[in-house]
Design a protein around this ligand. Sequence first.
Ligand SMILES: [Zn+2]
Length: 426
Amino acid sequence: MKTKLLITLCIFFAQLSFAQTKTLKAIRAGKLIDVEHATVLENVIILIDHDTIKAVGKNIPIPDSAQIIDLGGSTVLPGLIDCHTHITAQPSGDYYADIFRATQVDDAIMGTVFARKTLEAGFTTCRDVGARGFADVALRNAINRGAVPGPRLFVATLFIGATGSHGDISGFSPYLQWDLPRQMLGVADGIDELRKQVRYNIKYGADIIKFGASAGVLSEEESVGAPQYTQEEMNAIVAETKAWGKKACAHAHGTEAIKMAVKAGVASIEHGSMLDDEAIALMKQYGTYLVADIYNDDYIRTEYARLGYPDKIIEKEKLVGQVQRESFQQAVKAGVKIAFGTDAGVYPHGWNAKQFYYMVKFGCTPMQAIQAATINAADLIGNAKIGNIKAGCYADIIAVKADVLKDITTLENVAFVMKGGEVFKQ
Ligand SMILES: [Zn+2]
């Protein structure tokens, strides 16, 4: 009797541990958003082996050994991609403490918290476009090793900016200096320094290069739209980046700076606040993506005074917020390529999906907004294994309970998150 019980228990625990380590999984999807063909499929099986999708279709035999995940009552779509985050930072509520008391070490630690929030919100990949002290590289590597839960990260490391620019620390005493290797500031001027800065960023782990083509909002230098590099300087940054087999993107609010960066050959314009017909035509001609963060204006206007930001910064936001949304609408109408990017870190991490509502309000169909955050984002990043649910892609899969094509805000409440075949939220 005892032996029989023992055997039964052994079998039970063996099955239990087997269930936990099953590498074959089959998802039953009630509805599946096919982002490649802009259509919705019904009653589809997604077969997953380890971290990769093996097959997708209606009549796929499910092996006995597979763990079945029933999402029959849900809409399933590829894990979302945010092409403009700052995952290692977020305003703490004390503007000067964030600049002068926090360090890259704080960023690295808080980055692990923000990464988890972002993943649980359904974002399985982020293109992270600017962090201090290579905290983004450390976070990316820890996530890739499986030590920390978070999205796949493609990181820009140091923002490259001219002296006194959006990328520099401006507005304070010239006697204040950071005790860092000069290049760790990302501040560089002239063709030789810029080429060296690109090499430095890539040497220490950059997947992409980000530079400031124009002035910015959340910094103390004056004007928002003015170009902050010459055409020759922008050309040098992009040429050097391409020589290393990588893509460059430009922070650009002002019309002239946008045109200069497009002509230099950037893969994407970040913000793109002040577009005109010529800028739109150039972006179409060069195939440049627009990554416009059109949600966060609401947050900056309502919360940044409370968070301790100086009036001059909030006033600058008022100059670009609405204009940016109108520019976005014009770009969508003209058929400029759109990739989803929110500037998460300007507002709380995990709220990334709030931007979908504005993208639909300002001209995208719900399907186009989803494509911007999946297949288009994957194209911009240059990785064919993300942003789609088909054989060969990573099993980065999310699900929502309601019909996302009827109500895009459904994406603000993602019910299921799988990244690389591993379930992080159910
Ligand atoms: Zn940004």
